[in-house]
Ligand binder design. Structure first.
Ligand code: IMP
Length: 187
């Protein structure tokens, strides 16, 4: 099988498309620590459930969880994905639901990236209907110019350009998630 991810000194090539370095692992780690400090402060004395949105959020969630000093729990759900495309289909549905009992609990929805915002809007509504004590949102990346709907985001790592990114859990057609740094499409 031909490799679909080829690393060069100054870029990575996935399925013949070139991505350039954008956010290094050190920059990401520093920002994750800041977000964790904000959550520690905002939810002091509480035991929130971090709800990770699969697949992309699992690396951010793992780092965020280890950077928290307050006690917390974790659960995951999964939404329909982009598949092999680089643009959203505009439709969201759930592929795997939560196992945790969220009634009366503080929830932090953890996303890798907010693009159109449809996934986060869907989840805020869905979790809000489950009678939690609160629902907060944490996303590592936000493509501000792509989000055309009103959306409240509590913790945002980086506001980024409206271009496709890979690495640190984010994929292009399932490739590139394992990259420790984040790369952006070189247009
Ligand atoms: P939204 O519903 O349009 O906000 O899309 C959210 C989901 O789309 C994210 O959780 C990602 O799985 C995926 N996504 C959006 N932009 C990118 C990107 O630039 N790279 C990889 N996945 C992305």
């Amino acid at each position: 099988m031909q490799p679909t991810l080829v690393s060069h000194a100054d870029s990575v090539v996935i399925n013949n498309e070139r991505f350039r370095p954008y956010l290094t692992r050190d920059v990401i780690a520093a920002r994750v620590a800041e977000i964790a400090a904000d959550i520690d402060r905002d939810l002091e004395g509480e035991v929130p459930i971090l709800v990770g949105v699969l697949n992309g959020a699992f690396i951010f969630l793992a780092d965020l969880m280890r950077a928290l000093t307050i006690e917390c729990e974790v659960d995951f759900l999964k939404l329909s994905s982009y598949g092999a495309a680089k643009i959203s289909s505009g439709r969201v549905h759930e592929l795997k639901s939560l196992d945790a009992e969220v009634t009366g609990r503080h929830i932090i929805l953890v996303e890798d990236i907010v693009d159109t915002g449809l996934s986060m809007q869907f989840l805020q509504k869905k979790l809000g209907e489950m009678n939690p004590a609160s629902v907060r949102t944490a996303t590592l990346l936000h493509k501000v110019d792509a989000t055309r709907i009103p959306l409240d985001l509590d913790y945002v790592g980086f506001e980024i350009d409206n271009l496709f990114v890979v690495g640190y859990g984010l994929d292009y057609a399932q490739v590139g998630r394992q990259l420790a740094d984040i790369y952006i499409l070189d247009d």
